[in-house]
Design a protein around this ligand. Structure first.
Ligand SMILES: Cc1cc2nc3c(=O)[nH]c(=O)nc-3n(C[C@H](O)[C@H](O)[C@H](O)COP(=O)(O)O)c2cc1C
Length: 243
């Protein structure tokens, strides 16, 4: 790896008042604003989320902590629905745009949500992809993937004991057409907003949550079935019932 590649990336993607980049030099043909899997193993419909109420915001902020010890009690399908919507669900429309609970640079929404379900009531363990406009889950794999995912996350036990693990990927093409290489900054920022939304949603439901940035990238990509180039895992979040 070139020395100081992080600094180089930061320098090369800076905006300067008198020297703005002239675009990325290429355009993608209308990249899809969200991904769908045409032939899932099954589709899990989620109950409509509550869009009002919950605990006061200041309470959620002051209580929020990273919680890594979970009980074996499964979370409910209603809680799962609320967590997904709260972190990155659809909360409005603007023309053809589906606006989400997390902000996104240029409203391009380059982040996709996958779930490794370990123990959720009425939802079979396995791998799922979230379809935001339909608010449902496309099942991609069946079975217990928690241990494989934990191994891919440097052996972090909470990944296997959590009820559900959110895996967020980035599809750079969605943002690069507008922002060029600077898009990568925005994709990570978007993921940070989504992660905090998950923390606060979990807190509001009385559940524990922890962000996970330490993982073997290609091993996580393999578990969720993405190529690591056009689409790659960028951040994860575990959620489970508290002890
Ligand atoms: C980008 C990011 C990556 C993180 N990765 C991990 C991780 O891999 N494992 C872990 O146990 N905690 C992880 N954390 C949680 C931090 O350790 C935690 O936020 C920090 O210690 C502050 O504690 P608090 O969240 O309870 O306030 C991560 C947090 C962030 C924001």
């Amino acid at each position: 790896m070139p020395k100081d590649i992080g600094q180089l990336f930061h320098d090369e993607t800076k905006y300067h008042r008198h020297r703005m980049p002239r675009g990325s030099g290429f355009r993608f043909k209308d990249p899809e604003p969200f991904k769908t899997y045409p032939n899932p193993l099954s589709v899990v419909e989620l109950p409509p989320p509550d869009e009002e109420g919950g605990i006061p915001l200041w309470t959620a902020l002051s209580r929020r902590r990273s919680r890594r010890d979970y009980s074996a009690k499964p979370i409910t399908r209603e809680q799962l629905s609320q967590l997904i919507w709260g972190s990155y669900g659809v909360s409005g429309r603007y023309g053809t745009y589906y606006l989400r609970t997390a902000p996104s640079a240029g409203a391009l929404y380059p982040v996709e949500t996958y779930l490794v379900v370990n123990s959720v009531e009425e939802v079979e363990p396995g791998l799922y992809h979230y379809n935001p406009p339909k608010h449902n889950l496309e099942q991609l794999k069946k079975g217990d993937l928690g241990k494989d995912l934990a191994r891919a996350c440097l052996g972090q036990g909470m990944v296997a004991t959590a009820s559900v693990v959110f895996v967020w990927t980035g599809i750079a093409a969605r943002s690069k057409g507008k922002y060029g290489e600077r898009a990568f900054r925005y994709i990570y920022m978007d993921a940070g907003h989504i992660g905090e939304n998950l923390y606060l949603s979990a807190e509001a439901l009385g559940l524990g949550c922890c962000g996970v940035g330490a993982f073997y990238d290609d091993e996580v990509n393999q578990v969720i079935g993405v190529d690591g180039k056009e689409e790659t895992a960028i951040y994860l979040g575990t959620v489970g019932s508290l002890l």
